[in-house]
Design a protein around this ligand. Structure first.
Ligand code: ARG
Length: 462
C-alpha cells in the first residue's frame, strides 16, 4: 500500500520486524468502528460521494461479520490491522475502497482505535472493581464483630475486627476505582482527523467523528494526538497500583490459609491439590494474583520506557505500545475475577482468629490505657508497668487476663479489679470507637456507607 516509491520489496526480516498484525488484530472491532465513523463523515462533508460512502460502509460491515465468524487473517505483508481491513475492503468493493483513507493516516487511526480499546478496558476494570468491593463489603458486614489479631511488623499488635480488616481493602479499591474513572475522563478526546501529524487540508468535521465515537471533543493538537499514549499509561498505572493492592490481599489470604495461621480456608474452586502430597490444598489462584502484579507493573514499565525520549510525532517504537497493554489487561481482568471469587467464597475461621488474638498479649495497650485513664499515670510509666505485666504473663505462660489481681498489684499497687474488664479482647475492640476505628459499631457504619456508595455508583445518573 505504500510501495509506490520503492524499487524492491521488504526483506523477510523487514516484514517480520514490521508486522504488528499478530497482536494488533485484537483491535479489529475498534478499527472498523472508527472507519465507519470516518467514512460517514467524509460522505456527509461531500469529500466522498454518498454512494461511495455507502459502498464502503457496507463493505466494512461485511468484514466485521467475517472476522466475527472466522477470526482475523494474519498476513505479515499487510503489516497491521489497518492495512488488513483496507486490503479486504479492496477485495470486496474494488478501487472505491481506496477513498476510505482520504484525510486520515494510520497514525491518527491507531491512536483512535487504541483509545477506544483502552476506554473499554477502563470500563471493565471499574465494573469488576465494583463487584469485588461489594463482595468485601458483604463479608465485612458478616464479620463486623469477628475478632482477630491486628498486626504491625506481622507481630500481634492489637485486636481488630475481621470486618475492619476487609474494609481496609475496600478503601484501597475505592481509590483505584477513582483512578480508572479519572483515566476515563482524561482520554475523552478523539484523535481521529489529526491525520499523519499536521492535520489535513480536506474540510473534515472532527466534531462529528468525535461524537460518533462517543468522545466529548476532538483533540486540540494534531502532533500531540498522534504521539500521545498517556491514556494507555494511565490505564497501566491504575492497573499497576490496583494489582499491588490485590497482591497484598492475595498474600494475606495465602498466609491465613496456611496451617500455622488457620484463619481461613480458601474455596475448592480456586485452590489446587498436589500430585504428590495428598493432604495439600494450595492457594494457587491467590499466588497467581500476587504473581500477576509483577507482570502488570512490568507492562507499565515497558510502555513508560518505550515512550521515554521519543521525539514528536509518531515513531514506530510506538507500535510496541499494544502487547504490554493487552497482556496487562487480560492478567488484570482475571486477577479481579479470581479475587472476587475468593473473597465471596472463603470460609473464615473466627475461633482460630480469636485464639490468636488472645495469645499474643494483644490487649497490652488496653492495660496501659486503663492505667492512664483510671489511675492517672503518665502513658510512658503506664507502658513500663504493662511491660512488667507482659513479662510476668510470659513467665507464667498465661494471658494478661489470666493474671491474678495479686500478681498485678505486685507490679503496681494502683491496679484494681475493674482492670479485668479492659483486658478482654471484646472490650478492647469495642473501646476503639474513634472515627475509622475497629469497634464493631464503627465498622457497621462504614459498611452501611459503602453499601450506599456502591448502590449510587450502580444506579444510572440522569
Ligand atoms: N502498526 C502501526 C502501529 O501500531 C500503525 C501506525 C503506522 N504508522 C506509520 N506511519 N507507519 O503503531
Amino acid at each position: 500500500m505504500w510501495g509506490g516509491r520503492f524499487a524492491e520489496g521488504p526483506s523477510a526480516i523487514m516484514r517480520e520486524i514490521n508486522a504488528s498484525i499478530p497482536f494488533d488484530k485484537a483491535l479489529w472491532r475498534e478499527d472498523i468502528r472508527a472507519s465507519k465513523a470516518h467514512v460517514a463523515m467524509l460522505g456527509a462533508q461531500g469529500i466522498v460521494s454518498a454512494e461511495d460512502a455507502e459502498t464502503i460502509t457496507k463493505g466494512l460491515h461485511e468484514i466485521a461479520a467475517e472476522y466475527e465468524r472466522d477470526g482475523v487473517p494474519e498476513d505479515w505483508d499487510l503489516e497491521d490491522i489497518h492495512m488488513t481491513v483496507e486490503a479486504r475492503l479492496t477485495d470486496l468493493v474494488g478501487p472505491v475502497a481506496g477513498r476510505l483513507h482520504t484525510a486520515r493516516s494510520r497514525n491518527d487511526q491507531v491512536a483512535t482505535d487504541f483509545k477506544l480499546w483502552v476506554r473499554a478496558a477502563n470500563a471493565r476494570a471499574i465494573a469488576a472493581l465494583g463487584a469485588l468491593r461489594s463482595a468485601l463489603v458483604e463479608r465485612a458486614d458478616e464479620h463486623c464483630g469477628t475478632i482477630m489479631p491486628g498486626f504491625t511488623h506481622l507481630q500481634t499488635a492489637q485486636p481488630v475486627t475481621l470486618g475492619h480488616h476487609l474494609m481496609a481493602y475496600y478503601e484501597m479499591l475505592t481509590r483505584d476505582t477513582a483512578r480508572f474513572a479519572a483515566a476515563q475522563e482524561r482520554l475523552d478526546e478523539c484523535p481521529l482527523g489529526s491525520a499523519a501529524l499536521a492535520g489535513t487540508g480536506f474540510p473534515i468535521d472532527r466534531g462529528a467523528t468525535a461524537s460518533a465515537l462517543e468522545f466529548s471533543a476532538p483533540t486540540r493538537n494534531s502532533l500531540d494526538a498522534v504521539s500521545d499514549r498517556d491514556f494507555a499509561l494511565d490505564y497501566l498505572m491504575a492497573a499497576s497500583q490496583c494489582s499491588i493492592h490485590l497482591s497484598r490481599l492475595a498474600e494475606e489470604l495465602i498466609l491465613w490459609a496456611s496451617q500455622p495461621f488457620g484463619f481461613a480456608s480458601l474455596p475448592d474452586q480456586l485452590s489446587t491439590g498436589s500430585s504428590i502430597m495428598p493432604q495439600k490444598r494450595n492457594p494457587d489462584a491467590a499466588e497467581l494474583v500476587r504473581g500477576h502484579a509483577g507482570r502488570i507493573v512490568g507492562a507499565c514499565t515497558s510502555l513508560m520506557i518505550t515512550m521515554k525520549g521519543l521525539p514528536l510525532a509518531y515513531s514506530k517504537d510506538m507500535q510496541n505500545d499494544k502487547p504490554p497493554v493487552f497482556e496487562a489487561a487480560s492478567l488484570f481482568d482475571l486477577s479481579l475475577a479470581a479475587m472476587t471469587g475468593m473473597i465471596a467464597e472463603t470460609t473464615f475461621k473466627p475461633d482460630r482468629m480469636r485464639a490468636a488474638a488472645q495469645a499474643g498479649h494483644a490487649t497490652a495497650t488496653d492495660l496501659a490505657d486503663w492505667l492512664v485513664r483510671e489511675a492517672d499515670i503518665p502513658f510512658r510509666e503506664a507502658h513500663h508497668i504493662t511491660g512488667e505485666a507482659v513479662k510476668l504473663a510470659d513467665t507464667k505462660a498465661c494471658s494478661l487476663e489470666e493474671l491474678s489481681l495479686e500478681d498485678l498489684k505486685g507490679i503496681d499497687d494502683r491496679i484494681d479489679e475493674p482492670v479485668f474488664k479492659a483486658l478482654s479482647i471484646e472490650a478492647s475492640v469495642a473501646s476503639r470507637a474513634s472515627y475509622g476505628g475497629t469497634a464493631p459499631d464503627q465498622v457497621r457504619q462504614r459498611v452501611a456507607e459503602a453499601r450506599e456508595r456502591l448502590a449510587a455508583e450502580n444506579s444510572p445518573e440522569d
